[in-house]
Design a protein around this ligand. Structure first.
Ligand code: NAI
Length: 672
């Protein structure tokens, strides 16, 4: 084999290694310099072009009989195009000019006269998957980390390196459009069944040999012929597109998330011709790429990275065992989530029945998370009932989730302090008490931090890591590291009433309830908030959280008795979803909404903007008060903690972006 490094240096490669072995097989190994993951940025794409030049020449001269594309990273194949470079495109023309040479290169790969094999281990998504689709044959490991897919819709775009046409040709319109519209990560075995992958191997070690064999035998994938079948023809294609549109409408609104709708249109118009679709893809892709929505969704991606970055790397502390005290609503689910993330958990409560109930309730989560019985059994074995609290002494993290009473929590921590390992993290899940007050009687109050989960634990991606005045930085760091280890986003927040998320949510919800008091229809308010982009309206949310809980939070934040309607409901025991009635009557877990509530769009849009103003103002104040470190972190916390319209890029970003617009909209500006 030619020396890989020598050839790579001669070709001036930094992100790829290239070599040709004695069997005349060319190996292109993607290993992006200085990065832990491979993304297809400008330089790697230019280098790949050099490789294609070389292989084309070698194929012609007979010195190369095939090309294998692999990853040089320990984990992961290609995570997609390089999102950091997306912002360089300011106009549609620039997008078209940027995409065109890449598509030409992929065509050259597809047209190579020698076999081209992709050998995949780990994540292979977005632009990386599009590259792989241009190869002649795809082999993947069965490993659970190996996933393919098109997450583009999550960034407000769809595949732009001709992945739309290639995936349809390969797997047919149903599987391909499904993958692109959902944006999910597909397991290798499923991808094989759908036709995206041609062959599976058991391990990473088996990839090279399988790839060699595929080249030697000139294996070629057999596309399902997505452009030839019945579904590609009119009227079947139109019918299929209509169904896809209906399904998508159930999930997202076109004015908020246009990308899936543009993709369906692309298929509807051009799904009968591979070459037409390739051309039309770029035209439809360019406006999405430079849209405000896509820019904001990319921002959300970077914000999620900023949240994770709060956990320092290489701190030499890794949580393995967690002890949770309190097996109620929160404690049991926190325990279950930690177990599902691979940790071992002991669960303590005053009541053994409560522990048993809490453990049993995790069955649903384990079933969803673990596909094999062995993995599910292993998870069940990692969740240990511990009424005596024996796990405290061995735990790396102790989380308290007992009744919200200061003296009870103080007494518990005083006892825990004498039993815990010296470097274990000591955390409370309190939502309303001050961390300083709970820590007050401790010999070492600097140890205690808040780890504030949201309900329901499995669904909420954010966890606040609360820094009391006394909390030591090392403990806050451990808190962020723990939250990251269980695949949640940490947000370091100061110990002030409501921390960040409840502090911004409360005035928003109270404001909405006050409007109901003033005679506004609850359905209209909820619809307006949804039209703005909130996942659920504030009145429905109040009912879901529980009106008693809302009242309690309002009290803590000093928003007390302003909402008379809610107070009356609480007095009469109508606490919301949990009692079957609050503002709404609840049936089968859903609020019954009045059918005759019809509202004009313009009116709703204005109302939606007005409704979120208290939230925005409070987020601004939280930044000024230093509750979180920056406006970006506040935006991140509010998006991941409340579901605040991601396509708007966060409350403070939205406020800034509206500053210009409002100048031309006197009515809305005055109201706000
Ligand atoms: P819960 O009332 O459902 O559960 C509390 C559990 O703690 C009960 O099973 C009780 O038997 C047990 N317990 C009480 N004293 C104990 C002790 N000394 N030792 C061991 N176990 C004891 O309460 P929930 O809702 O789970 O709340 C727990 C904590 O989480 C509270 O601090 C609350 O503020 C906080 N929180 C609650 C949220 C919610 O939505 N429910 C959200 C975020 C935080």
């Amino acid at each position: 084999m030619q020396n890989e490094n020598a050839v790579s240096a001669e070709m001036d490669l930094r992100d790829w290694r290239f070599s040709v072995d004695i069997e005349r097989i060319a190996w292109a190994i993607f290993d992006r310099e200085g990065e832990s993951a491979n993304s297809l940025g400008r330089r790697p794409l230019e280098e790949l072009e050099q490789i294609v030049d070389r292989v084309e020449a070698g194929a012609k001269a007979g010195s190369i009989r095939g090309l294998v594309i692999m990853s040089g990273k320990e984990k992961g194949f290609i995570v997609g195009a390089d999102i950091r470079e997306f912002g360089d495109f300011k106009t549609e023309d620039q997008v078209v000019a940027g995409v065109k040479p890449v598509n030409q290169m992929l065509d050259r790969i597809e047209n190579l006269s020698v076999p081209v094999v992709a050998a995949i281990h780990g994540v292979c998504v977005g632009g990386g998957f599009e590259l792989v689709l241009a190869c002649h044959y795809r082999i993947a490991t069965r490993d659970s980390s190996t996933r393919v897919g098109f997450p583009e819709v999550k960034l407000g775009i769809f595949p732009g390196f001709n992945g739309t046409a290639r995936s349809i040709r390969l797997a047919g319109p149903v599987a391909a459009m499904g993958a692109m519209l959902k944006g999910s990560m597909i397991r290798a075995s499923v991808a094989k069944a759908q036709g995206f992958i041609d062959q599976l191997v058991d391990s990473k070690g088996a990839l090279r040999w399988a790839a060699r064999k595929a080249v030697m035998q000139k294996r070629k994938s057999k596309p399902k012929g997505g452009f030839k079948g019945l579904l590609a023809k009119w009227p079947a294609r139109g019918f299929l597109a209509g169904k896809m549109r209906d399904e998508t409408k159930k999930k997202v609104r076109e004015d908020h998330y246009p990308a899936p709708f543009r993709l369906i249109e692309l298929f509807e118009k051009f799904g009968g011709s591979y070459s037409d679709m390739k051309l039309a893809e770029t035209e439809a892709f360019a406006p999405l790429m430079v849209s405000e929505t896509s820019r904001n969704l990319r921002r959300v991606f970077f914000l999620s990275e900023a949240l994770k970055a709060q956990a320092p790397k290489g701190m030499g502390w890794k949580p393995m065992r967690v002890h949770v005290i309190g097996a109620g609503t929160m404690g049991a689910d926190i325990a279950g989530w930690c177990v599902a993330s691979g940790l071992e958990v002991t669960l303590q409560d005053l009541s053994a029945d409560q522990i048993a109930k809490g453990i049993k309730a995790q069955g649903k989560l384990f079933k969803k998370k673990f596909r094999t019985k062995a993995l599910k059994d292993a998870a069940e074995a990692r969740l240990i009932s511990d009424p005596q609290g024996r796990g405290v002494a061995r735990a790396d993290v102790v989380i308290e989730a007992i009744v919200e009473k200061l003296e009870v929590k103080q007494a518990l921590f005083k006892d825990l302090e004498t039993k815990m390992k010296p470097d274990a993290l000591m955390a409370t899940n309190t939502s309303s008490l001050k961390i300083e007050d709970i820590a007050e009687p401790l010999a070492d109050p600097g140890r205690l931090v808040g780890i504030h989960f949201f309900n329901p634990v499995a669904q909420m991606p954010l966890v606040e890591v609360v820094r009391g005045e006394q909390s030591r930085q090392t403990e806050v760091d451990k808190g962020a590291a723990f939250v990251t280890a269980i695949d949640k986003f940490p947000l370091v927040a100061k110990s002030v009433p409501g921390f960040l998320v409840n502090r911004v949510l409360a005035p928003y919800m109270m404001g909405a309830m006050a409007r109901v008091d003033a005679g506004e229809t609850k359905e209209k308010i909820d619809e307006a908030a949804r039209m703005f982009g909130m996942p659920m309206g504030p009145i429905e949310l109040a009912d879901t959280v529980g009106l008693d809980v809302c009242a309690h939070v309002g009290q803590i934040l000093g928003l007390g008795n302003e909402v008379t309607g809610a107070a009356k409901l609480v007095e009469s025991g109508k606490l919301g979803k949990k009692t079957g009635e609050g503002y709404y009557v609840w049936k089968d877990g859903k609020p019954v909404k009045s059918e005759d509530a019809r509202f004009g769009n313009g009116d709703l849009e204005k109302l939606g903007r007005e409704l979120v103003q208290p939230l925005i103002k409070e987020a601004q104040r939280a930044v000024e008060d230093g509750v979180v470190e920056s406006a970006d972190l506040a935006d991140a916390g509010v998006i991941f903690g409340t579901g605040f319209a991601p396509f708007r890029g966060g409350p403070l970003h939205y406020k800034d972006s509206m500053a210009g617009v409002e100048k031309n909209e006197p009515a809305a500006a005055a109201a706000e």
